[in-house]
Design a protein around this ligand. Structure first.
Ligand SMILES: [Zn+2]
Length: 544
């Protein structure tokens, strides 16, 4: 447990750090959870959780306000909850975003509001540091840090290596002038500066981890020319790239076929849990899980053309990392690929915050992750293809879809197919999908979804606007709420997704109705997706 937990009472000026057992923390969290909304807490005991840095992910939330959840979220400064609520501090009369960089106020001085207007009505003035007007989801202003984060995620995947700033702005739905403004407000740099840093970091990584020649490194990292790369690298790191490579002890022997990267995570990491989850849902021909190694095929779009390949991942617990191997054919798009692999294995999750919040539920398998998507559309098709995702009949349907509509590829573990793209399935006649063994209703839903995605009207990726995307999914006939939540959980990487209609969860917890299960799940907010994964893996573990 990396965090230090501190108890203090309102009378303390200096908090007294004490390391506590998880059991004590859980008891305290339960205790403070009884505090009334917007009121003073029920007692003078408080739990403060000091996290290290937060991952820069983006989300917004629609969920009820629970002041203690709000307070914990605020302490974590987790960007995912920016815009979800505002906190008015009675000792200063100021209200802030939950991600305000100013030192966290004491719990008893905090009052939580669903929006800025409510905080102002209660007499609080906006903070000059965190500028509540910049919070995402604030209807008063079109400025949004969430858009800036969506843009940052796309830049990390190399969007600006091929597209222009105007293209990026159009992709997140604003003008480029506006994008520059909100980006600067959020990160203090311009999108182009941000992109340049990403390219330099990627190049540094490729120089260290691979034996690629310097000109190939420059291109793979997204530089237009080797000369520009050399100049920038020298300016930034004080060495030319060749000298830098000589100084680093590259551990990879020259190998023309594949490259291996190390992707680190924050422990604990439940590798067996994520592998078992993926194994029960694997699509034959596309994915293979065996000998503690996950392998799958994939396609990436690079400079307007598709490139094909595969990845394989194995756990190296001593280094708190996954070792991810990919063929040289994917190197041009490596900047796009590695962030996706991180999301597939949910490497940016914060088990130090999530596990204590889930309490006993998480005790059996600490560090459980919510697997993301290599391709959000593929996840959506999985959610729609059959009644139960890990049933053998649904898996057979999915592998037939891959066999019939997928692109041929040659990959390790005798994998032969890349899962079909949205463009391919949008053109497929519903009756041909029906022939794979699914009902006509499901086939129609998949074709309708495929046409939304291939037209670009819907994007099934974490940078997509959450509420709009969920609404668009619900408007497609034949897409159940269960499928919407599953897609939100995996393709949109939404940590609070939860399927209240899930039959196995209802049965396991003894609830007859979705609303009763939904009420039970409130205790796990804002990490209901992780709670769901815990329960599913417990159940599936019993059955296997
Ligand atoms: Zn503030």
């Amino acid at each position: 447990m990396a965090s230090i937990y501190v108890i203090h009472t309102p009378a303390d000026n200096e908090a007294n750090p004490i390391r506590l057992s998880v059991r004590v923390i859980k008891a305290l969290l339960r205790h403070t959870a009884r505090a009334p909304l917007n009121g003073a807490p029920g007692s003078n005991t408080h739990v403060r959780i000091w996290p290290d840095s937060s991952p820069d992910l983006l989300y917004s939330l629609d969920m009820r306000l629970d002041p203690d959840t709000c307070y914990q979220t605020m302490l974590s400064k987790d960007r995912r909850f920016d815009g979800w609520f505002f906190v008015g501090v009675s000792s200063t009369g100021i209200y802030c975003r939950p991600v305000c960089p100013v030192r966290a106020p004491r719990r008893e001085n905090c009052h939580f509001f669903a929006n800025a207007a409510a905080a102002e009505r209660a007499g609080f003035r906006p903070c000059l540091r965190c500028r509540p007007e910049l919070a995402p989801g604030n209807g008063l202003l079109d400025v949004s840090s969430r858009l800036a984060h969506a843009a940052a995620m796309l830049i990390e995947e190399g969007f600006l290596n091929t597209g222009s700033l105007a293209d990026l702005a159009a992709r997140v739905g604003v003008t480029d002038r506006h994008l520059r403004r909100i980006f600067d407000a959020q990160f203090g740099v311009s999108p182009l500066e941000f992109a340049q840093t990403q390219r330099l970091l990627m190049a540094k990584r490729l120089l260290t981890d691979t034996r690629l020649p310097v000109n190939a490194v420059a291109l793979a990292a997204g530089f237009g020319s080797v000369r520009r790369f050399n100049d920038l690298f020298l300016k930034q790191y004080g060495l030319n790239p060749l000298r830098f490579r000589k100084q680093t002890d590259a551990r990879h022997a020259p190998d023309a076929q594949s490259v291996t990267f190390t992707l680190v995570y924050r422990p604990p990491f439940c590798w067996s849990g994520i592998l078992a989850f993926l194994a029960r849902r694997q699509i034959a021909g596309v994915e293979h899980i065996g000998d503690e190694i996950y392998t799958r095929t994939l396609a990436l779009s690079h400079h307007g053309r598709e490139i094909h390949g595969w990845i394989s991942a194995r756990h190296t617990p001593k280094r708190y990392a996954l070792e991810v191997t990919l063929p040289m054919s994917l190197m041009p798009a490596v900047g796009q690929l590695l962030p996706r692999v991180r999301r597939l294995f949910d490497l940016d999750a914060r088990p130090d915050l999530i596990d204590p919040h889930l309490g006993d539920l998480a005790a059996g398998s600490p560090g459980i992750r919510v697997p993301g998507a290599m391709d959000g559309f593929e996840i959506a098709v999985c959610a729609l293809a059959g009644p139960s995702l890990h049933s053998s009949s649904t898996q057979s349907i999915l592998s037939r879809i891959a066999e019939r509509f997928g692109t041929q590829v040659s990959a390790p573990q005798a994998l032969t197919r890349i899962f079909p793209s949205a463009a391919t399935l949008a053109r497929a006649p519903a009756c041909a999908l029906e022939d794979t063994g699914m009902t006509r209703k499901r086939a129609d839903a998949i074709v309708a979804l495929a046409s939304e995605v291939s037209s670009g009207r819907m994007r099934l990726e974490p940078a997509a606007p959450l509420e709009d995307t969920l609404r668009a999914l619900r408007s497609i006939q034949g897409v159940s709420e269960w499928a919407v939540q599953y897609i939100a959980m995996r393709a949109l990487a939404w940590p609070n997704a939860f399927p209240p209609c899930d039959l196995t969860l209802k049965k396991q917890l003894g609830y007859a109705s979705a609303s009763a299960l939904g009420r039970h799940a409130q205790q796990w907010e804002p990490w209901r997706a992780y709670a769901t994964l815990h329960m599913w893996s417990q159940l599936e573990g019993q059955h296997s």
